[in-house]
Design a protein around this ligand. Structure first.
Ligand code: B3K
Ligand code: ZN
Length: 870
């Protein structure tokens, strides 16, 4: 695979101020004519006289330069996927005509078909599958797009910008022309042709302009668009208020498509969404689904400024738009919901998904220095750790200066393609801070470990911080980072102590050295509340004793620290079972008082209580034990859940009954209550499944819920409890559910997912059967994720089946998918990243299965396999 390096960046040789596209859609034969205005880029001193355009899967029919048709071989040549025209003038026009086959495009990149509609996905390098073009984010062009198609089959023709012309053509065909006044890189191009239903609304911007809002989906899904519309309007208002960003076109459109490689795409004025991230209805969508729609709608909308108006110079800068936009959507969700709960959810996700990435073979900096396939770098590191880096800057500057800095950033770089350095420079200019050392966060991979030790002498509490970032692939040595550590000190009653003369009870220590000590004059040895709000994305090591953790859990005003204390108590209990030879029952006496206390206060914030009562996942526990014995970890976690289910059965029943709703409510408080109820039911079901309590009353309760559910959260929760714990009647319930929802693909994804996550090695056989189910489609990424990705990533006791059958299924699926959709195959392959941590017998089997895939693997898949295996 060829490697692209940040150090080799050169500005483009030619600019494309204007692009006119003519797309003639005909089933089996689509023609794309591109009229480009090109001119030499003055920023390129070496003045190359060859024009090089990217192209992929294009059948080139003609090339016309300044009105003269060029001859293949003499006037231009095709070199691999590129079109090369030597000896071009300073400024010229170029028209190319190509044929493409969207119907055969299962990679879902470029122009393709999904359920009878045409749509596009161009980021990162998909535009080259539509026409020849300098397919790089620093070439910004003004696009005018004309689409022609059969009017009956495709009454709706959409592209970026504003509609400027439309009309009928011969043979029952029609056309529409769209003009986007904002110069943009081609990765933001989009086109849709289909027969879709529309939900329309308007939004009046702060300056009084009316924007038409249109959401499109298949006709049967028209009733599932209200939540997305509501989320969109709230996003638009929020971005005006919080970031001063107003929408800029007269129309904003979102189209839902069922075949989509990821969540959604921020194409200028025409976002395209995976149906799973836009459709929502209480009967078919869980509360988590509603939250996801809200945040993804916001995220893509926010890109209009952070990504589109100001875009990336090159793909190494991806986090410039993604990290910043994730930060923006997290802040939006915090303002729309409970800030403390959203913060814990975001940290939980980062720590349990991004940290493992940063500690494994795929570790890379937030701004990578090189890649083989950029598709493989749309990672949790670029997105989530990137968001934490922006968050730290926002905290270092404070709210006011941060806003001034983002204003400066948007103003200074509007219409430009820029770098992460440009972003940080705005922070520095406004605040006067020197962020040179801080910028190591962008360049250095790996999770920093922050070890804290303390002593109390002569009325002084001394904290010593030691930071160390372990080596990652290609980066053996790390330099100290700038680490903001927000902290408080709690007294015996859990009250925060004054830390200085002004009586402040919270402070931020900014670490710069490998080892530093800070002293605080306090009357007695306190309990430290460290890394409040998760002020830096580090792994904190401090030897908390159980009494301190109980104090933090009971009294800390910081939501993250409370949750972290609970997690530490659970991890410690599980470690005593996994490695210490104790049993789950041995943990009950220590954990039940803690849990009872959380339950007693659950009314205050049921959603937060649900988070505090949730045990760590098997993956999270497994990542703390080397070598990894997945079955041992599974036995410990499921054993503890069942044991706590039994020991606290009365309390769980009180919650489950007390929180049961008679009518559906969609507000946040109701969602919090449902969430806590599901946690309670989960404990009871685990106990019933393990035979530790009589299953009969619970089965009756769950069956009642399934017979008349108030919403999908309740219905799916009841199904999962029955099926995962193999309770009486689980098969019949699955069957009934599958029958009831067979025409709702997104619900069927859940149905597949529930079955693929039944704990136990025999689920591999079950998964094989699911792959043979008539509703399983290899070309539908949501379905592939529902069965295979959930098995691999969320069901360790099945994936790591002792006989290696999980690994063989994994390898077979990767091979099959690689021929259909290499991006999806490569993403799924990351599920093998724990290989080196596995106990030797399993590591051998997984390695053997993956090594067999290397010959003939796509560039996407090969890059991931190489990292995992080498
Ligand atoms: N920018 C897109 C992701 C594109 C992924 C291309 N493989 C969605 C988002 O982050 O908003
Ligand atoms: Zn994004």
């Amino acid at each position: 695979n060829p490697v692209t390096r940040l150090a080799d960046y050169q500005p483009p040789a030619f600019l494309v101020p204007d692009t006119r596209l003519d797309v003639d859609l005909r089933d089996g034969e689509t023609r794309v004519t591109a009229h480009l205005k090109l001119e030499r880029n003055p920023a390129r001193a070496d003045r190359p006289d060859e024009l090089v355009l990217d192209g992929d899967h294009l059948d080139l029919r003609s090339v016309v330069l300044d009105g003269r048709e060029l001859a293949p071989g003499d006037d231009y040549r095709l070199e691999g996927p590129r079109l090369i025209i030597p000896g071009v003038p300073e400024a010229f026009s170029l028209t190319t005509e190509v044929r493409i086959e969207p119907e055969k495009n299962t990679a879902l990149e470029g122009l393709y078909r999904s359920n009878g509609m045409y749509c596009t996905q161009c980021e990162a390098e998909g535009f080259r599958r539509i026409t020849f073009f300098p397919d790089r984010p620093d070439v910004l062009s003004r696009f005018t797009t004309t689409i022609h198609a059969d009017k009956g089959a495709y009454p709706l023709l959409l592209s970026n910008g504003n509609p400027v012309d439309a009309g009928d053509e011969a043979d029952g065909r029609h056309f529409a022309t769209w003009e986007d006044p904002f110069p943009k890189p081609c990765y933001l191009f989009a086109l849709v042709a289909g027969d879709l239903a529309c939900l329309a609304d308007t939004f009046t911007t702060a300056s009084g302009r009316d924007v038409a809002l249109r959401l499109y989906a298949e006709h049967r899904d028209l009733d599932k668009l209200d939540h997305a519309m509501d989320s969109l309007k709230r996003s638009m208002a929020w971005d005006e208020k919080v970031f001063g960003r107003e929408y800029d076109l007269d129309i904003f459109q979102i189209v839902a498509v069922s075949h989509f490689n990821m969540g959604a795409m921020e194409n200028k004025g025409l976002n395209i969404f995976n149906t799973s991230c836009v459709l929502a209805h209480p009967a078919t969508t869980t509360d988590a689904g509603f939250e996801r729609v809200e945040s993804v709608v916001a995220h893509e909308y926010f890109h209009n400024w952070s990504g589109n108006r100001v875009t990336c110079r090159d793909w190494f800068q991806l986090s410039l738009k993604e990290g910043f936009t994730v930060f923006r959507d997290q802040e939006f969700s915090s303002d729309m919901n409970s800030r403390a709960v959203v913060r814990v959810e975001n940290v939980d996700f980062l720590v349990n998904h991004q940290f493992p990435e940063d500690q494994g073979p795929m570790a890379h900096p937030v701004r990578p220095a090189e890649y083989q396939k950029i598709d493989n770098f749309y990672t949790l590191t670029v997105y989530e750790k990137g968001a934490e880096i922006v968050r730290m800057q926002s905290q270092l500057l404070g709210a006011e200066d941060f806003r001034r800095a983002t204003d400066l950033y948007f103003e200074r770089f509007d219409g430009q393609a820029v770098t992460c350095d440009d972003f940080v420079a705005c922070m520095e200019q406004v605040s006067g801070l020197d962020l040179a050392q801080f910028k190591r966060w962008y360049a250095q991979a790996g999770t920093p470990v922050l070890t804290v030790e303390d002593e109390y002498v002569d009325g002084e509490y001394r904290l010593t911080f030691e930071q160390h970032t372990p080596p990652t692939p290609g980066q053996p040595d790390k330099a100290p980072l700038m680490v903001p550590v927000k902290l408080a000190l709690l007294d015996g009653e859990g009250r925060a102590l004054p830390l200085d003369d002004q009586g402040r009870k919270e402070t931020v220590v900014i670490l710069r050295e490998a080892r530093e000590t800070r002293a605080f004059p306090v009357p007695a040895r306190p309990t430290p509340s460290l890394l409040r709000g998760f002020s830096a994305p580090v792994s904190l090591r401090y030897d908390f004793d159980e009494r301190q953790l109980n104090t933090l859990l009971a009294h800390d005003s910081d939501g993250f620290c409370r949750w972290d204390a609970a997690q530490r108590l659970y991890f410690a209990a599980l470690a005593r079972v996994v490695d210490g030879g104790e049993t789950p029952a041995d943990q009950v006496a220590r954990l039940t008082p803690v849990i009872e206390q959380v339950i007693a206060r659950a009314d205050e914030d049921p959603a937060q209580a649900a988070l505090l009562l949730t045990l760590p996942t098997e993956n999270a526990v497994g990542d703390r034990h080397t070598p990894l014995h997945p079955q041992r970890v599974h036995a410990a976690v499921s054993g503890l859940r069942a044991t706590l289910g039994e020991a606290l059965a009365d309390a769980w029943w009180r919650l489950a009954e007390g929180l049961r709703e008679s009518d559906y409510q969609g507000d946040g408080a109701a969602m919090g209550r449902r969430r806590l109820r599901q946690v309670a039911l989960g404990y009871l079901a685990a106990a019933a499944g393990a035979g530790q309590v009589d299953p009969e009353p619970l089965v009756a309760h769950l069956s009642d819920t399934l017979a008349a559910p108030t919403c999908m959260t309740e219905e799916l929760g009841a199904l999962r409890a029955l099926v995962h714990n193999r309770l009486p009647g689980h098969d019949a319930a699955l069957k009934a559910f599958g029958e009831r929802w067979k025409d709702e693909p997104l619900v069927m994804d859940q149905w597949f997912g529930v079955q693929a996550t039944v704990p136990g090695a025999d689920t591999v056989d079950r998964a094989e059967a699911l792959l043979a189910h008539p509703a399983f489609e290899w070309t539908l990424p949501n379905r592939v994720r529902a069965v295979i990705a959930t098995l691999v990533n969320a069901n360790p006791s099945a994936f790591h089946a002792p006989d290696g059958s999980g690994y063989r299924l994994f390898a077979r699926a990767l091979k099959k998918l690689d021929g259909i959709n290499p991006q999806i195959a490569a993403r799924l392959a990351n599920g093998g990243a724990r290989l080196k941590r596995l106990e030797p017998g399993l590591a051998q089997q997984l390695g053997d299965a993956l090594r067999d895939l290397r010959p003939g693997a796509s560039a996407n898949l090969a890059e991931v396999l190489d990292r995992i295996l080498d």
